[in-house]
Write a protein that binds this ligand. Structure first.
Ligand SMILES: Cc1cc2nc3c(=O)[nH]c(=O)nc-3n(C[C@H](O)[C@H](O)[C@H](O)COP(=O)(O)OP(=O)(O)OC[C@H]3O[C@@H](n4cnc5c(N)ncnc54)[C@H](O)[C@@H]3O)c2cc1C
Length: 366
């Protein structure tokens, strides 16, 4: 006799959504997580009364009304709008590329002039069949924007020359010929008031959760506790890396409390697009919630090559890894007791709203 209907491995957004819905339908769930906290990568920790996004800046955005209503049923969201700023050698530009950026870059004031300028630079480059990321970006946006806001930033992110990166990484570039710094086009956008941990806490209310508990520390025992397992960890680890490791890009953060500084950079996110600055971004966390605390907390974000044992962040969806994932997926499909879901088990970059939609879909099927 199993103690639970479902063992959920991972208290991230996927595991929390699944366990919330299943519990609502009368299923007995046990959630375990190897980390000392709930929330997975959306975890926020209160430091000096500021909700710090411990695993990177997270802004919720979606067009899906149902998903938006679902998250708002747990916590209230504020009206935070993502409008990052780029700093290139001390000069500031608005993102995404819009009329403000074009004014800052060229001093031009009308959409017609901006279109003409970009078209002229695209023509001058004369690239018909882009062979790498550099050629692709120049063929889309011209050389000025590319060399100031894309090239060195992308090279820091990927640890490779833009000429050695495949063209497909940049399919489209968001360009707006309006004075609009809103990064996302979605209807709904915001950050939970009180942080993402509050959201997850509400989702997991009344559900048994064991932290600091690694599924692989006693897999046999954990399997025996429940009739079914929902696994949201790394898929290659589940199968003991039998086909080899799936690769990731990773990021690391240097977080500092700036005592007595009320406002460090005037924006939540500033991207450093030059090569001399080693970090890619500085996040000032209080701005996600319009904080007025007397101190501030900032995190410098560094992009790094991943090696086994590091925190996996971004899947590398190149040919090798896609082929490897297919092999693991085949093994996963053969499992009758275990259901795989979430960014790690599906080896997929998922935004939060997509993770929730996917988890809600899964609960419909089971
Ligand atoms: C830097 C960065 C910024 C992002 N910004 C945004 C954003 O602005 N907007 C947005 O919509 N999305 C953003 N995302 C995406 C967002 O983080 C993900 O959609 C979301 O966190 C995925 O949730 P998940 O539950 O699938 O995975 P996770 O959050 O990784 O949860 C998986 C959980 O499983 C646990 N686990 C793994 N293995 C085991 C094991 N063996 N035993 C027990 N527990 C285990 C892990 O500890 C983890 O807590 C960002 C991602 C990154 C990397």
């Amino acid at each position: 006799m199993n103690m639970y209907d479902y063992l959920i491995v991972g208290a991230g957004l996927f595991g929390s959504t699944v366990s919330h819905i299943l519990t609502q339908h009368g299923k007995r769930c046990l959630v375990i997580d190897k980390r000392p906290h709930i929330g997975g990568n959306i975890y926020t920790e209160s430091i000096n009364d500021i909700n710090v996004h411990k695993y990177g800046a997270h802004i919720f955005h979606t067009n899906d009304k149902h998903v938006w209503e679902y998250v708002n049923s747990f916590v209230e969201f504020n009206r935070y709008t993502n409008s990052p700023v780029a700093n290139y050698k001390g000069k500031l530009y608005n993102l995404p590329f819009n009329m403000n950026t074009f004014y800052q870059m060229w001093g031009i004031t009308t959409p017609e002039e901006a279109m003409r300028k970009i078209e002229q630079q695209r023509k001058e480059a004369g690239i018909v069949d882009p062979q790498n990321l550099e050629e692709q970006a120049i063929s889309l946006i011209g050389r000025d924007i590319y060399y100031t806001l894309i090239k060195e930033y992308t090279e820091k992110q990927w640890g490779r020359k833009a000429t050695e990166l495949p063209a497909f990484i940049i399919k489209r570039l968001p360009v707006r010929f309006t004075f609009d710094n809103n990064y996302f086009n979605d209807t709904y956008q915001g950050v939970p008031i009180g942080g993402y941990t509050k959201l997850i806490k509400e989702m997991l209310k009344g559900i048994e959760v064991q932290l600091n508990t690694d599924y692989f520390s006693d897999r046999k025992y954990f399997d025996s506790t429940a009739e079914k397992v929902v696994y949201t960890g790394e898929i290659d680890k589940f199968f003991n890396y039998c086909y080899g490791h799936l690769e990731y890009r990773t990021v690391s953060f240097e977080t500092e409390v700036l005592k007595g500084t009320e406002n460090y950079q005037g924006n939540a996110v500033v991207n450093y697009t030059d090569a001399e600055t080693l970090y890619t971004r500085i996040i000032e966390h209080k701005h996600f919630e319009f904080g007025t605390q007397p101190d501030t907390v900032i995190s410098k974000e560094y992009s790094k090559e991943w090696k086994p044992g590091d925190e996996p962040y971004y899947p590398v969806n190149d040919d090798r890894n896609c082929a490897l994932y297919k092999l693991y997926k085949k093994l996963a499909d053969e499992q009758s007791k275990v259901i795989f879901g979430g960014r790690l088990a599906e080896y997929k970059y998922y935004d939060m709203h997509q993770v929730i939609a996917s988890a809600l879909n899964l609960t419909k099927t089971i």
